[in-house]
Design a protein around this ligand. Structure first.
Ligand SMILES: Nc1ncnc2c1ncn2[C@@H]1O[C@H](COP(=O)(O)OP(=O)(O)OP(=O)(O)O)[C@@H](O)[C@H]1O
Length: 284
């Protein structure tokens, strides 16, 4: 097993872990210490991944990639507090995740997961406005600033023509954009999205990922998303996390290409990673 030196820790299961010096000036938004994720039933324990030591900084767009079933959703659900960790610590803005009260957490972290939403009877406008709930008074009345944030989120996600529709009337791709709009309206320092581009056409995949990139850069938000669009993620992300059966690799896309993180992600009988273009090609 190879080891990688990073911030004074040896990570047993990490082949490549890069965290370049300039990011040390920025605030750490999320930190995990010896995190294990998975599922506990009465009889069994399924450890999906262990020894996850991560530091995510403000203003970073981070893409999480890996093969089907490797544990991306499990990790994102654990980091969002939707399911408990098996072991280790998750610190969000220096405070343990489990110590947050619901409303306080909702002002720090917005989440777009793949689960079906319960509120499909709401109109698009109403669903996006729910993003402001952590900030409104007890009757849920929106102030001028809330209305402006909802309007802006609707505009930047290109869903203005959908606002009067009820959510059950939307296509999967349209609903995906609406959920992203709700997260943007929530205006939190940290955003987690599980496969935000799955149902989108190629133009809107690029559009949404560029929007997330701009949002991270301009508003210093930390945005972590999982994706199977590895090529786009390589082009746009500041950092990437590659999950594989041996553990994970973390760093800038260029650094990960150099340490062959993408080349060894899938069996090479069908596809090969082209380091020059940063994309997969079908074997001839
Ligand atoms: N509720 C659950 N209970 C038990 N095991 C689960 C549960 N949900 C997922 N798993 C298992 O955990 C592992 C990781 O699943 P997960 O959904 O996190 O993978 P993923 O990387 O998001 O996959 P995909 O790319 O296919 O969406 C898989 O082996 C899966 O079978």
């Amino acid at each position: 097993m190879e080891h990688q030196w990073s911030f004074g820790y040896w990570y047993e299961n990490v082949k490549c872990y890069f965290n370049t010096i300039e990011t040390e000036k920025l605030n750490i938004v999320l930190k995990t210490e010896d995190l294990s994720i998975g599922y506990r039933t009465k009889k069994d324990l399924l450890v999906v991944a262990a020894d996850i030591n991560l530091q995510l900084y403000e203003g970073e767009l981070i893409g999480l990639v890996g093969a089907n079933g490797i544990g991306k959703s499990t990790l994102l659900r654990t980091l969002s507090g939707v399911q408990p960790q098996l072991h280790g610590k998750i610190l969000l803005s220096n405070k343990k995740l489990e110590e947050y009260k619901n409303l306080e957490l909702a002002s720090q972290l917005s989440v777009v997961l793949t689960e079906q939403i319960a509120s499909k009877n709401l109109t698009v406008q109403e669903l996006v406005a729910l993003g402001r709930l952590p900030y409104t008074n007890w009757v849920g009345k929106l102030a001028e600033d809330d209305v402006e944030k909802v309007k802006r989120a609707i505009e930047v996600t290109h869903i203005t023509d959908l606002i009067a529709k009820r959510c059950f009337e939307l296509s999967d791709g349209q609903l995906q954009k609406v959920l992203i709009a709700r997260a943007i309206a929530q205006d939190t320092p940290f955003i987690i999205l599980d496969e935000p581009t799955t149902h989108l056409d190629v133009y809107h995949r690029a559009y949404i990922l560029k929007l997330l990139k701009r949002l991270a850069f301009e508003t210093k938000k930390t945005i972590l998303f999982s994706t199977h669009d590895i090529d786009f993620a390589i082009q746009l992300c500041d950092k990437m996390m590659v999950m594989n059966p041996e553990g994970f690799e973390f760093g800038r896309p260029k650094e990960l290409i150099q340490c062959k993180a993408f080349s060894s992600l899938f069996p090479d009988d069908l596809i090969l990673f082209d380091e020059k273009t940063g994309s997969y090609k079908i074997r001839g």
